[in-house]
Design a protein around this ligand. Structure first.
Ligand code: ZN
Length: 196
């Protein structure tokens, strides 16, 4: 799986549905699509694998399809639309909500008890695991936008940045240290220029 090349989107340790939303990202103010190809999606799922509800094997990642890519991109765009509405304090469009709920219902997964050698749980799926993993991401988005974490959802204030994050400190304004440094440098530059 190491051979898969991703689409360059950062993974910043945010909640998995936010990580999916952040596959639309920007480099020096230019908006980029981190899920442009099936390989990008397979690499993105590989990199987030340890944090996904539905476990994905190497064989599952080799089985990512154009249909999965279409679903992942649609879900990503819906998450971004809901995040934008949430940070702006607006009600989201009803069809955006309906699309999210459709993704959440698309591919069921459930926990099963296993007893060998020790009791443990495993997550099982009715259909293809990749489809179930995307559906589980939609369910995680439902929990995010319905739950208290939505109050801490923020759009990064870094220059040109289009990423979202859940604020874990009261004064946090940036998705990452890199954006914080760029924002401070831009403020400093504006101040120095203003003083002349
Ligand atoms: Zn940022």
């Amino acid at each position: 799986m190491a051979h898969l090349t991703g689409g360059g989107a950062p993974q910043l340790g945010e909640l998995p549905p936010i990580e999916l939303g952040n596959t639309t990202y920007a480099v020096r103010g230019q908006v980029k699509d981190g899920l442009d190809t099936v390989e990008h999606l397979a690499a993105w799922l590989r990199d987030l694998r340890a944090r996904l509800t539905v476990p994905l094997s190497d064989a599952d990642l080799q089985d990512v399809t154009e249909g999965d890519l279409r679903h992942a991109r649609e879900l990503r765009d819906v998450i971004r639309a809901l995040a934008a509405a949430t940070v702006a304090g607006h009600d989201p469009a009803p069809d955006t909500v309906a699309t999210l709920n459709r993704h959440a219902a698309r591919a069921p997964h459930w926990r099963e008890l296993r007893t060998g050698p020790e009791p443990h749980l495993t997550v099982n799926t009715a259909g293809r695991p990749v489809a179930a993993a995307l559906s589980a991401l939609a369910q995680a988005a439902v929990a995010l936008f319905a739950g208290p974490a939505r109050h801490d959802l923020r759009a990064c204030q870094g220059p040109g940045c289009v990423l979202y994050f859940v604020r874990d400190a009261p004064r946090r304004e940036w998705c990452s240290g890199g954006c914080g440094n760029r924002a401070r440098a831009a403020r400093h530059y504006a101040k120095v220029r203003g003083a002349k």
